[in-house]
Design a protein around this ligand. Structure first.
Ligand code: ADP
Ligand code: MG
Ligand code: MG
Length: 205
């Protein structure tokens, strides 16, 4: 029973939840500069909810990503719940799709990038932002330039997240407070880079 709270989640999902719990305060502090200081709590609580939906310790990547997507879309509020939910959902679909091959690391890495592109389009459509607006898209877009999720893609996401320090927000809550966050990165972009680094670990594991 995937909703049995006593069931073991996958180790990767548990690790991701731990990573975001450890970053909760820092992400909240970044969001506090120009927003309402809750993104770390939103993401961490979403991953705790995902653990309860985990298909178990042997769950494949698509199942883990679906658990996260469902939890974010159903249980997490704010902007990050639905927007990260869309991204996780798109990547889950791409990894589970007919072209996905569980045995081939290279194929999963390619499917992840296809999913990230779909997720980027969905977030841009729903949220109306484009790269350069100081949102999570500034980490997501550079990660989709290659054909696979590899260390170059993750490095591009990290660089994209860092570069949001120099951007003034044009979308989301942070856009109401002008340049108060200049010099600090957008927390949604930082969170995307953290997720992609964890995905790469899973693909290489
Ligand atoms: P809220 O502002 O509702 O409290 P969160 O704090 O959970 O939402 O998430 C804020 C993050 O969501 C921002 O750092 C930004 O990366 C992302 N974000 C906000 N609005 C948009 C949007 N329209 N498009 C893409 N990302 C967005
Ligand atoms: Mg917030
Ligand atoms: Mg909020």
């Amino acid at each position: 029973d995937a909703t049995d709270a006593t069931a073991q989640p996958s180790g990767w999902l548990a690790g991701l939840a731990e990573t975001f719990e450890a970053r909760r305060r820092d992400l909240n502090a970044l969001d506090q500069r120009a927003g309402d200081g809750d993104i770390g709590t939103n993401l961490s609580s979403g991953l705790q909810a995902a653990l309860l939906r985990s298909a178990g310790p042997d769950a494949d990547l698509a199942a883990d990503l679906s658990a996260v997507a469902g939890a974010f879309l159903d249980d997490v509020g704010g902007s990050s719940g639905p927007l990260f939910g869309l991204v996780f959902s798109a990547v889950a679909d791409a990894v589970a799709g007919p072209d996905a091959d569980d045995a081939g690391q290279a194929d999963d890495a390619a499917a992840v990038v296809v999913g990230l592109r779909d997720g980027l389009e969905a977030v841009a459509r729903v949220g109306g932002a484009a790269p350069g607006d100081r949102t999570l898209l500034d980490a997501l877009a550079p990660a989709t330039e290659g054909s696979r999720l590899d260390r170059h893609a993750v490095a591009a996401a990290i660089a994209g997240a860092r570069a949001t320090s120099d951007l003034v927000a044009r979308r989301g809550r942070a856009s109401y407070l002008g340049d108060r966050a200049l010099g600090f990165p957008d927390p949604g972009a930082v969170a995307v880079a953290v997720v992609l680094a964890a995905l790469l670990e899973r693909l290489e594991g």
